[in-house]
Design a protein around this ligand. Structure first.
Ligand code: IPD
Length: 279
């Protein structure tokens, strides 16, 4: 199957590049984007998200008609979110939709590919930076063809941590987010950052720019591709409860080293959003 998956990965790279052109074109367009909301008033979606997802899925279907899909906007439109053993494309057409709406310059197209529930390749295209991050299982991670390597730092006090706050705004959740932030900041760490896209945060871990990223509330399409890019760059993935990473749990810690991941987990006030695979 090796060559078949390489064909699929080559297709993912060209589909992500094309999607990036559509995103850049939409940002150049003077007409204002129509912004709609999904799970909450701050969970945004635009026609460009929907258009890009359709373009990617259509092009994949033409080449790989038997493959399955999990796409952020298809699931929002009522398609089932089902990860089976089948070759499955896990797509976030615009990771960083809020950034896109506000022209904050970190926006990614994220395409993961899983077979037997194992990630085979991941492609994250940071479209405004023109950075194409890729990883294939067992073959390393790359940015624009250059190999990626996580940071060697083993001391969390010498680290930068990326964190995001998701789109849930109920008081209980916000309090937990603040408890975690306060603890992490007070360790102390050198700094806390957030690109506004899970996929790019994970690529920053893979690139060695930040030691770790954590978030509760993400979905499988936000982290599927990035998770392989992190692990192929030598990094570690955990659940925020300290257990093994589970792409359906909506909780992720991605770090350069296990020691950093485990130290971070101690500071995170974890909670359990409804799983992506809940019936
Ligand atoms: C969002 C981004 C953001 C993260 C949210 C995600 P979207 O993805 O990755 O950084 O905080 O949890 O939902 O909605 O822009 O595809």
């Amino acid at each position: 199957m090796a060559d078949l998956w390489q064909n699929a990965m080559d297709h993912a790279v060209s589909a992500a590049r094309h999607a990036g052109e559509v995103v850049r074109e939409a940002l150049r367009d003077d007409r204002k984007q129509t912004v709609m909301t999904k799970s909450s008033s701050v969970d945004l979606v635009t026609q460009t998200d929907q258009k890009v997802e359709k373009l990617i899925i259509q092009s994949v279907k033409e080449k790989f008609p038997t493959h399955s899909f999990i796409g952020e906007e298809s699931v929002s439109a009522g398609e089932p979110l089902l990860l089976t053993d089948a070759p499955t494309w896990i797509i976030d057409p615009i990771d960083g939709t809020t950034n896109f709406v506000h022209t904050f310059p970190f926006i990614a197209v994220s395409i993961g590919f899983s077979v037997n529930k194992q990630m085979e390749f991941g492609v994250v295209y940071s479209c405004l930076e023109d950075k194409m991050y890729t990883a294939r299982r067992g073959r390393g991670a790359f940015c624009n063809g250059e190999p990626l390597q996580v940071s060697h730092q083993e001391d969390i006090n010498q680290s930068i941590i990326a964190a995001e706050f998701g789109s849930t705004r109920d008081a209980e959740t916000v309090d937990k987010i603040f408890i975690s932030l306060r603890r992490v900041l007070s360790l102390p760490v050198h700094g806390i950052r957030g690109a506004g896209t899970a996929a790019i945060n994970m690529c920053l871990v893979a690139s060695g720019c930040v030691e770790a990223y954590y978030e509760i509330g993400i979905h499988v399409w936000d982290v599927a591709a990035g998770s392989l890019i992190v692990s192929e760059a030598g990094g570690v993935l955990l659940d925020t409860d300290g257990g093994p990473a589970d792409l359906m749990s909506r909780r992720i810690v991605a770090a350069n080293r296990r020691i950093i991941a485990e130290r971070l987990v101690k500071e995170i006030e974890t909670f359990s959003p409804i799983r992506d695979d809940a019936a």
